[in-house]
Design a protein around this ligand. Structure first.
Ligand SMILES: C[S@@+](CC[C@H](N)C(=O)[O-])C[C@H]1O[C@@H](n2cnc3c(N)ncnc32)[C@H](O)[C@@H]1O
Length: 318
């Protein structure tokens, strides 16, 4: 099955299965600690990097879990895109059911788009208003879906670049292949076929081809308890170094210097202070099984600044 079709059916069926689920039930799941921590990091990064922004483009918005953060950041215009129609329907319903005071001055357009295809990319509005481009673009927990080939990663980066104003900010987070490889090297078991599997209380990760190489199209199978990928989900490894390289080719510059207060919100301030990829560093309560800490630490966030056309010689961004 093509990756966009696989992603849309996975997220479509999850949105259907959980459409009417009570919040209290969700809260009971152990994964709530992970979700809360990841939400707190997304919020902290948006509050810092989207301060003063009036428009935001969210690529692969899912069920709209970030809508309250957009309101909190007082962003007037949001365009949120995803390939999963059911996820978009649920997001729109949740948004429409909010009281006007909970929506602030934020307006959201929910847009169906398969960002792996040229026609899907073309469906993403070019600007929030006729006279302005977007101040901020985001792609949270989804960039790895575009790491099958250099071209697919370049396409989504170009979608963001073309729609951002000069100096605009692109914020991404994703499972980091670099950290996955570090953990797998230490913790995984190898089977007779050379596949690696790491089975913990919180998650199972498997690398069908064993030792991962820094390249596009390397597969990983993820199963994280109590999340949309609770069943096994086949995804691509996303290497921060490759993402940074292609982003540079597409006319972005990585923002490496983050303020200490932001790093202390839960990023690895010791190892990643000067790196572009900031890995997550949770400090969960002692009652939370330590495997949730490991699963969270597999993720990282990167922030890019859109360069002016004159500052780049890219073939990708035209
Ligand atoms: C893990 S969810 C992340 C949702 C949201 N950004 C968040 O942080 O909660 C990944 C999302 O990527 C979307 N996605 C995967 N492939 C896509 C594609 N080709 N085009 C658009 N969206 C895609 C999925 O439908 C899913 O909603």
């Amino acid at each position: 099955m093509a990756m966009a079709t696989a992603a849309s059916s996975l997220y479509d069926s999850h949105a259907r299965a959980h459409a009417g689920e009570a919040q209290s039930l969700r809260e009971e799941r152990e994964s709530v600690h992970l979700n809360r921590f990841h939400n707190s990091l997304k919020r902290a990064v948006l509050v810092h990097f989207a301060a003063g922004a009036t428009s935001l483009l969210d690529l692969a918005c899912g069920r709209g879990g970030d809508m309250h953060k957009w309101v909190q950041c007082d962003i007037a215009r949001v365009v949120a895109c995803d390939v999963s129609s059911n996820s978009l329907d649920e997001a729109e319903q949740r948004w429409n059911s909010l009281e006007p005071e909970s929506r602030g001055r934020t307006r959201i357009d929910w847009t169906h788009a398969d960002l792996l295809s040229d026609s899907g990319a073309a469906a993403v509005p070019t600007s929030p208003t006729p006279s302005h481009r977007f101040d901020v673009a985001t792609c949270f927990f989804a960039l790895h879906y575009f790491c099958e080939r250099r071209e697919s990663l370049a396409r989504i980066l170009s979608v963001a670049r073309q729609r951002l104003r000069e100096g605009g900010t692109f914020i991404v987070c994703m499972p980091s292949a670099a950290m996955i490889a570090r953990y797998m090297n230490v913790c995984a078991n190898e089977d007779d076929d050379g596949a690696w599997e790491w089975d913990t209380h919180a998650a199972t990760l498997a690398l069908p081809d064993g030792r991962p190489r820094v390249r596009f199209g390397e597969l990983i199978e993820f199963a994280i308890r109590g999340t949309v990928v609770a069943g096994h989900s086949l995804e691509f490894l996303a290497w921060p170094s490759l993402v940074e390289q292609v982003a540079r080719e597409c006319g972005f510059e990585a923002v490496r210097d983050w303020p200490a207060e932001l790093m202390s919100a839960g990023f690895d301030a010791r190892d990643d202070a000067r790196r572009s990829a900031k890995h997550f560093f949770p400090t969960f309560d002692k009652s939370v099984h330590e495997s949730w800490t490991h699963v969270s630490r597999l993720n990282c966030m990167l922030v890019f600044r859109r360069l002016a056309d004159s500052q780049t010689s890219s073939a990708h961004f035209t």
